[in-house]
Design a protein around this ligand. Structure first.
Ligand SMILES: Cc1ncc(COP(=O)(O)O)c(C=O)c1O
Length: 383
């Protein structure tokens, strides 16, 4: 019998996907589960890609990405977030997921430790496990789900004997929607710099902010930042699978090797689409962001009126809501009941590590009808 690697054997499929698969079997279910924009990719991007296909663009691209795309991507983020990248600072990957996996593989050694604020996007932890890297959790429940410089400092003091090399930061945050202003980010940067810790900053929701413009960690701490970006959320391009790593040239050159041996290059047609997005789609995210903004406000008002405690999201398209304690239900039980009785699916907080227990996550990348149904379902489920 073929033996399976012990880590591959032990890690679990994503709790979000598992729950989504479970609810998909329920007749008439409305799913507000996946982090999937409910818009299709802007038409100009699809048109350019169709023409490229008709012109026979079916061959391999350069491994680190099409050179014009690498330059246009650097220009795009430089302009939006006052950064100073060049084509050689960009690696084009298969979604942000591969960007994270490749970057982790390139800059960590088995036995290293990484700071991870929790609850968090679930993919980070299995990717670290596969690499033999261990997380040091920072429980953000005590700080309103926000990372603070004090929390980092305290965690470092408590773990002085461990080789902590990096910090995985994600903002606007999945699953809470929390984001940060310049003062908070600067003090986080100061503590990281003081302890010589790099940050892998997953800013894939950077264009979906509602309260204040996004500030990139790469603007404040360029020498210590590995920036993870992508078009999945900003341009409703989840299915095209395009992400980016932006970092020092030396790091990108090393990542290029890891990337090349795993995937050779991202799909050529998707790179054509990506080039059109970053060159001619600079404002594409605005109407989507405005639509999410309206939904966020409606949803927050409605759920607060029903008496739910929630984190008002600064960005992304998620709402992290506390399950009323009097119900005495785990997050999985609450979400299963909601799905079975009310035919609406949201994700149990425990999918975002055990630190998300007691909560559920709504994706409001959904239609007005679905959100109206959800509000009624939550009204029926609060007692
Ligand atoms: C925080 C975060 N990072 C990365 C990703 C993965 O993005 P992609 O679909 O581009 O691989 C997601 C997707 O939901 C996410 O929420």
């Amino acid at each position: 019998m073929i033996k399976i690697n012990t880590v591959a054997d032990q890690i679990q499929l994503s709790g979000i996907r598992r729950f989504d698969e479970w609810v998909s079997k329920i007749d008439g279910i409305d799913k507000l589960t996946l982090g999937e924009p409910n818009f299709i990719t802007p038409q100009h991007i699809m048109d350019v890609t169709k023409t490229a296909l008709d012109n026979g663009r079916t061959h391999y691209e350069a491994s680190a990405g099409n050179p014009e795309l690498r330059q246009a991507t650097a220009d795009y983020y430089n302009e939006k977030f006052e950064l100073a990248y060049d084509a050689k600072n960009v690696l084009v990957t298969v979604g942000a997921t591969e960007a994270i996996a490749t970057a982790l593989k390139t800059v960590t050694t088995p036995g290293d430790y990484i700071l991870v604020p929790v609850p968090c996007y679930p993919a980070y932890l299995p990717l670290m496990q596969l690499q033999g890297v261990k997380p040091i959790f920072m429980d953000t429940r005590t700080t309103n789900f926000r990372v603070t410089a004090e929390l980092i400092e305290k965690t470092l003091q408590e773990n002085k004997n461990k080789a902590i090399v990096g910090f995985i930061f994600n903002y606007p945050t999945n699953p809470t929607g929390v984001s940060y202003g310049k003062i908070e980010l600067s003090s986080i940067k100061d503590v990281l710099k003081k302890h010589d810790i790099w940050v892998m900053s997953d800013e894939i929701y950077c264009e979906l902010t509602y309260e204040q413009p996004h500030i990139s960690m790469a603007n404040l701490y360029p020498e210590g930042t590995i920036l993870i970006m992508g078009l999945s959320k900003s341009h409703a391009m989840t299915g095209w699978r395009i992400g980016f790593v932006l970092a020092e040239e030396r790091l990108i050159n090393a990542m290029k090797k890891v990337h090349q041996y795993h995937v050779t290059t991202a799909a050529t047609l998707s790179q054509v689409a990506a080039l059109e997005a970053v060159k001619n789609g600079k404002q594409d995210s605005v109407p989507m962001r405005d639509a999410y903004h309206i939904r966020r406000d409606r949803l927050v008002t409605a759920l607060e009126k029903l008496g739910y405690n929630l984190i008002k999201p600064d960005g992304a398209f998620y709402l992290f809501v506390e399950i009323p304690k009097k119900l005495k239900l785990t997050s999985v039980e609450f979400c299963q009941q909601l799905a079975l009785k009310e035919k609406v699916a949201v994700v149990p907080g425990s999918a975002f590590t055990e630190f998300g227990e007691g909560y559920f996550r709504i994706s409001f990348a959904a239609s007005d009808e679905q959100l109206a149904k959800l509000i009624i379902a939550l009204e029926n489920s609060k007692h």
